[in-house]
Design a protein around this ligand. Structure first.
Ligand SMILES: [Zn+2]
Length: 133
């Protein structure tokens, strides 16, 4: 059994990625980033490599909702599932970013790899992307 969540941040480096790629969350305690993960795009259990292009800096909220398929990233743009809904939090934390580009990492080599994002869109993302508008 996996001892951690599907995309544990245990080994993937969060170096240089100090804010959530979705919302920009960058809270620190002293000098240490907190509640910010280096999420695996393609899960470790599914053969996802420990490489920078399989990583995405996400706050815990966006890490969890990404791992559960409430949103994915297509061609650099965030797509929220048409199955995701809610009142408090949904609009502000997810829908507000629908159709918006994710933030670039601090180094171009750390940009998320298309093949990993394709895998996420196929295997993890739930339902269809909402219509923009
Ligand atoms: Zn976030």
């Amino acid at each position: 059994m996996p001892r951690t969540s599907p995309s544990s941040s245990s080994t993937l480096s969060a170096n240089g990625r100090y804010r959530c790629a979705v919302c920009g969350f960058d809270v620190r305690l002293g000098s240490a980033s907190i509640a910010l993960d280096a999420a695996h795009i393609r899960w470790h259990q599914a053969g996802g490599p420990e490489t920078e292009d399989n990583g995405l800096a996400l706050c815990v909220l966006h890490h969890k909702t990404f791992d559960l398929g409430a949103f994915t990233v297509r061609e650099g743009v965030l797509a929220v599932s048409d199955q995701a809904n809610g009142s408090t939090g949904f609009q502000e934390a997810l829908l507000a970013y629908h159709g918006k580009p994710i933030r670039d990492p601090q180094h171009p080599d750390w940009r998320p790899g298309m093949k990993h994002l394709d895998w996420h869109g196929r295997e993890v993302f739930k339902g269809e992307a909402r219509h923009r508008g």
